[in-house]
Design a protein around this ligand. Structure first.
Ligand SMILES: [Zn+2]
Length: 100
């Protein structure tokens, strides 16, 4: 999981989830779930400590793993192995945050 830091705190603080589902940094800056701005194939997630971060969509990670394994079977290329491994780590990170 890549931790999302608080922009008003110049990235020095992280957000934690509140009981109402919003996020708050130690300085009191609030962030609504709808305002978490991510691009690409990522979504926000909260880890076991309640810290806000982002993870790659598991379905996308599985797609990358399949492509990398096909590439590995065809080329035996080391970069395909690395791509598959990296996508596996992304998948596990999302799983640990309960993103399915
Ligand atoms: Zn802050």
């Amino acid at each position: 999981m890549n931790v999302i830091t608080c922009a008003p705190c110049d990235g020095a603080e992280t957000y934690r989830v509140r009981a109402d589902g919003w996020f708050v940094c130690p300085a009191g800056h609030e962030l609504a779930p709808a305002d978490v701005d991510l691009d690409g194939m990522t979504t926000w997630a909260v880890d076991a400590t309640g810290t806000l971060g982002s993870v790659v969509y598991p379905a996308y990670s599985l797609e990358l793993i399949a492509e990398a394994l096909d590439d590995l079977a065809e080329s035996g290329n080391r970069s395909a192995h690395d791509a598959a491994y990296s996508a596996c780590l992304d998948y596990v990170a999302a799983y640990r945050c309960g993103v399915a």
